[in-house]
Each structure stands twice: as structure tokens, then as C-alpha cells.
Write a protein that binds this ligand. Structure first.
Ligand code: NDP
Length: 411
């Protein structure tokens, strides 16, 4: 029998044999079985869980939010919460967004760009009707295919871009359905070789901009001058404008926050990550997502990112924990969720840069990293605090030391 034809028990038995699983390991797979999740993916074996924590308060457009964050990385939620604390003292984050549309692409080669362009212009109304007829419910709720443009990709390659309003959903499936319908029609129009139709994850028509204005004093930290901190944050940020090596790391920190909320809200973090990183390269060089500037009294931060997230669709209505997370978030529209996500990205970046230009990133990280280290060498939950204490006093907090200290504790 092929693996995909087996039922869950048969799949687990097969893996148990090939991987030589011990009984306790097999129990992990059994205990984390979920009938709902089995319906979601192919060859389902078990459900893999990650920690979820809460950013307790971030003010976005004058409203307070509690934000669930899903991440395996220690210190991400602490840093986001600390960034939000400073931002809230400065009046919170102000977020604006552009129109919220997704792009579908019909990709054609062996084409004359002018011929495709003219056909699309002349038959715009027909093409829009054909697209919307493929998913009429989106049109009925005020969304659907709005307009069609063309781009010359050179050498006979052309993209026909479908601008689709997906309302409260991310809209991948809706966009693909509409795009395929338009592609099928174009196949009969002799405009070239219709290669494929699919959405683009570079969602430049779903841009969200979050801004903060922080009086220097909110950055205060014992042993440091708040004005200096502001200036050094701006300087640190300038490295990312010049250097893709530094920009990648700075943006990774921003994505610590963004991805954690995208995941907790049941959205597609691969889609969001792909779009955001491509957007960071829009000027031909990979650059920082957040920009910091200052004047005499105030530090200004700004982030612009494509965030085509949904509050319906995909796994959102299926996974009970995601539904509960939406209840915690209390968001009523996709725009509102996107605003929170951008704000968390900004808070995350503020916290990271402030740490980097003052005590360094490790000082704050270590307490949480030491916990992970203690668990990694096999400390029980009860043993963790003592082992962390001992590791803090050790010259090198590495695996060997942790193992040695644990053994000594147990003697
Ligand atoms: P769905 O396919 O679940 O479509 C959205 C659903 O929400 C539709 O069924 C729609 O109903 C319903 N809906 C109810 N109320 C609303 C409303 N107010 N506004 C909009 N829709 C509403 O999900 P998406 O199309 O959003 O696609 C997201 C999924 O696609 C994710 O799981 C993603 O991982 C995946 N995906 C991603 C790709 C990519 O990023 N490249 C490619 C392919 C898939 P109705 O049908 O009545 O309109």
C-alpha cells in the first residue's frame, strides 16, 4: 500500500517501524493527534505545537490591543512588549493603509506586448465580467476583479495583472480562480502562449504604513542618556540603509514580531515573508523595512510593508486556537489586523535597536536563552531556575557547563 493510501494508524505504524520509535516517542505522536488537523494536510501524522504568548498592550490608532504571538524564539515576546511599552508612552502607533488589493497574474510568452495591451484595454469590461463570474460571491460583497493592467517583461514575455479586491480574506484561492478564468478566455484570443495563471505574493497594493513619534525620554535606560540612545538608534538604522548584510538581520528582527502575529492569527506566514522581503528589495538593493530619524526632541520611526492578511478564509475558521486568538485580538477587519501586525514589527525593531546600541543584545537575551539551554541538557521544569542561576555565575554558559552543573545538582 502506498503511504498516502494508509489511514492514520497505518501511517504511524509504518513510521514507528522505519524510525524505530520508542514507546514514549510514539505516544508524542498519538497524544498530539487532531482530527481537524488530519483534514488539513496530506499524510497527516501529528500536530506540531509552538509556544504562544501575549503582548499585553500595544496602542494602535488610539486603541489598546492584546496580541497573541506564536514563536519558538526566546525573548521575542518580551522585546515586543518592551518596545510597545515605550511606544505607548509616546502615544502609540498611527497606521494608514493603501487600497487593499491582491494581484493575479496571467503570464504569456511569445507575445507582442502592444497587441496584448490593446486587447486588454479594448476588452477590459468583458475580461472583468469573465473574472468575476468565476467567483461571483466576492463581487456580491463589494470585492472582486476591479481592473486589469499589463507589464512588458521583455523578449516576448508579458504579465497581465488582475487587480482583485479580496475583502476580508487573504484571497489566494479567490485570486487563482479568477486568474485562471481570465487565462482560459485569453487562450482563445491568439495573443501568445498562455503559460500559467497565479496570484503574486508581492502585494504592493496592500501596503500598510505604521509610524511612531517618541519623545527621547521614553527611551530612558539606567546608565544611558536618552538623547544618545535616540541618536544611536538612528545611526544603527543607517547601516541597514547601506548594507544588505545588516539590513537582513535588522529585518529578521522585524519579522520576529510580524511572523509571530501572522501565525497566531492563522495567516500564511510564507506568503507574508516572501512579499515583505521582495518589497525590501524594490529599489534594486535589499534595505531595512523600518526607518528611524530624529529632531531635537523626538525619535521618529516608520515602517511600510505589504500585509495582505485575512480575518476569514484559509485555516482561520477551522483551527479552534486561531479562532480564540481572533477573540483576544478583537479585530473587525483585515485592515485592522494588518495595522496591528505592522505596529508589532515596529515595536520589535525599536526594542532590538535600543538594546543593541546600549547594553548589547545578549544581556537581555541570555536570561531566556539560559532557560532553553537548561531544558536542552535535560533539566526538569523544577530544576530550571536553579540551573539558570548557576549558569549566570559560570564563566561560559555553554552546553558542556550546563550538563556538568546539572549533574552536580543531582549528586
Ligand atoms: P479561502 O479559499 O478560504 O477563501 C476565502 C473564503 O472566505 C471564501 O470561501 C469566502 O466565501 C469566505 N468569506 C466569507 N466572508 C468573507 C469576506 N467578508 N471577505 C472575503 N471572503 C469571505 O482563502 P483565501 O482565498 O483567502 O486563501 C488563503 C489560503 O490560500 C491560505 O490557506 C494560503 O495558505 C493558501 N494559498 C496561498 C498561496 C500563495 O500565497 N501563493 C497559493 C495558494 C493557496 P465565498 O467563497 O462565498 O466568497
Amino acid at each position: 500500500m502506498k503511504f498516502h493510501q494508509m489511514n492514520w494508524q497505518q501511517r504511524l505504524a509504518a513510521i514507528e517501524t522505519t524510525a524505530n520509535l520508542e514507546a514514549s516517542e510514539k505516544d508524542l505522536f498519538i497524544n498530539n493527534y487532531s482530527a481537524i488537523n488530519e483534514q488539513m494536510v496530506e499524510n497527516y501524522l501529528t500536530s506540531f505545537t509552538l509556544p504562544e504568548g501575549i503582548l499585553p498592550n500595544i496602542v494602535v490608532n488610539n486603541q489598546q490591543y492584546q496580541v497573541p504571538m506564536v514563536t519558538e524564539e526566546p525573548s521575542v515576546i518580551a522585546a515586543a512588549s518592551n518596545g510597545a511599552r515605550m511606544i505607548n508612552m509616546g502615544g502609540g502607533v498611527k497606521v494608514t493603509s493603501t487600497s487593499r488589493e491582491m494581484l493575479g497574474q496571467v503570464l504569456i510568452n511569445e507575445a507582442h506586448f502592444t497587441a496584448v495591451h490593446e486587447l486588454v484595454n479594448q476588452q477590459q469590461t468583458t475580461l472583468i465580467s469573465i473574472g468575476n463570474a468565476a467567483h461571483p460571491s466576492m463581487l456580491q460583497r463589494g470585492g472582486g476583479l476591479k481592473r486589469i493592467t499589463t507589464r512588458d517583461l521583455g523578449d516576448g514575455f508579458v504579465s497581465v495583472d488582475l487587480h482583485i479586491d479580496t475583502q476580508a480574506a487573504m484571497g489566494a484561492n479567490v485570486v487563482n480562480t479568477i486568474s485562471e478564468a481570465v487565462a482560459n478566455y485569453l487562450r482563445g484570443q491568439n495573443v501568445g502562449n498562455i503559460v500559467m495563471a497565479i496570484l503574486s505574493n508581492l502585494a504592493t497594493e496592500s501596503l500598510v504604513t505604521a509610524r511612531v513619534a517618541l519623545p527621547f525620554k521614553v527611551l530612558a535606560k539606567a546608565g544611558f542618556n536618552a538623547n544618545d540612545i535616540a541618536q544611536r538608534i538612528v545611526l544603527a538604522n543607517q547601516f541597514s540603509q547601506r548594507d544588505p548584510y545588516r539590513a537582513t538581520t535588522e529585518n529578521k528582527g522585524v519579522m520576529n514580531g510580524i511572523d509571530a502575529v501572522v501565525m497566531a492569527s492563522g495567516n500564511d506566514w510564507r506568503a507574508i515573508s516572501a512579499g515583505i522581503h521582495a518589497f525590501a528589495s524594490r529599489e534594486g538593493q535589499y534595505r531595512n523595512l523600518v526607518t528611524w530619524t530624529h529632531d531635537e526632541t523626538t525619535l521618529y520611526g516608520e515602517i511600510t510593508v505589504p500585509l495582505p492578511v485575512g480575518v476569514v478564509g484559509g485555516s482561520i475558521g477551522i483551527v479552534p486556537l486561531v479562532k480564540a486568538n481572533h477573540k483576544i485580538l478583537q479585530v473587525h477587519s483585515a485592515n485592522e489586523l494588518a495595522a496591528i501586525i505592522a505596529a508589532v514589527g515596529l515595536a520589535q525593531n525599536l526594542s532590538a535597536l535600543r538594546a543593541l546600541v546600549t547594553s548589547g543584545i545578549q544581556a537581555g537575551h541570555m536570561q531566556l536563552q539560559l532557560k532553553s539551554l537548561a531544558l536542552a541538557v535535560g533539566a526538569t521544569i523544577d530544576e530550571v531556575p536553579t540551573l539558570v542561576n548557576k549558569l549566570q555565575q559560570a564563566t561560559h554558559a555553554d552546553m558542556q557547563t550546563a550538563q556538568q552543573l546539572l549533574t552536580e545538582m543531582r549528586e
